[in-house]
Design a protein around this ligand. Structure first.
Ligand code: GCO
Ligand code: CA
Length: 251
């Protein structure tokens, strides 16, 4: 029996929100694994810097700037990008605060980026995947698809919704040989979490609450990203793989 293939050579991959943090690492991982990568973010200057940084490592990536929450920008960006084999819906924001007095703007901004964005971007590319009869969509969910904590109600709701959107996409698109799965990171040391990593009390709590007794690193997601992007996962669909050092498994 032949070994399952993890080969991404020649596969075209778009990673949204990849100018920093998890998205930048996922772009680096897929480019290093041989994929033709397009990075994305809202800031063209920041993207240009990342393209140069990757080039310094002999990794050639392209950039396409658009805000995933802006329908017209997503449609224009998809035209510019062209056909892709792999979409990683990673772009996401946080606007932490207590729900009882959360401004609607903070609620809306998080839902627009973290849940509507993945819908808009997947909708823009899925017709091509259907035509070609193949595609991979990886939605970056969160441990907060399953667990909440005070001040993250908008984010948790958006990531819980994204986990169900992953299953809804499976229900409609798996018949076209498209695999849609989710990666749910736990507490990783990234810019999104900088305020938490730099808070000794919170950081100690994360380490005591995590069976692996450490914060995660973006590179801890690399293996799962390659698996879900590669032929090895061609019969895996609607699954959310939580990568959290065991936090979700224990009280
Ligand atoms: C927080 C964290 C979480 C993140 C976690 C897992 O404020 O508790 O930022 O919301 O989602 O790092 O992704
Ligand atoms: Ca971003």
């Amino acid at each position: 029996m032949p070994l399952p293939s993890f080969n991404l050579t020649g596969r075209r991959a778009l990673i949204t929100g990849s100018s920093q943090g998890i998205g930048r690492d996922l772009a680096h991982t897929l480019a290093s694994a041989g994929a033709e990568v397009i990075i994305n973010g809202r800031n063209p200057e920041k993207l240009a810097r990342v393209v140069d940084e990757f080039a310094a490592e002999n990794l050639t990536v392209r950039a396409c700037a658009f805000d995933v929450a802006d329908e017209a920008a997503v449609i224009a960006g998809a035209k510019e990008v062209g056909a892709i084999d792999i979409l990683i819906n990673n772009a996401g924001i946080h606007r932490r605060g207590p729900l009882a007095d959360m401004p609607l703007a903070d609620w809306q901004a998080v839902l627009d980026s973290n849940l509507t964005g993945p819908f808009l971007v997947a909708r823009a590319f899925v017709s091509g995947m259907i035509e070609r009869g193949s595609g991979k969509i990886i939605n970056i969910c969160s441990i907060m698809s399953n667990l909440a904590r005070p001040t993250t109600g908008n984010y948790a709701a958006s990531k819980g919704g994204l986990a169900m959107l992953t299953k809804a996409m499976t229900a409609e698109w798996a018949q076209h040989n498209i695999q849609i799965n989710g990666i749910a990171p736990g507490y990783l040391d990234t810019p999104l979490n900088a305020p938490l990593v730099n808070d000794p009390k919170f950081s100690d709590w994360v380490k005591s609450r995590t069976p692996s007794r450490r914060w995660g690193k973006p590179e801890d997601l690399a293996g799962a990203a390659i698996f879900f992007a590669a032929p090895a996962s061609d019969y895996v669909n609607g699954q959310i793989l939580t990568i959290d050092g065991g936090m979700l498994a224990v009280v």
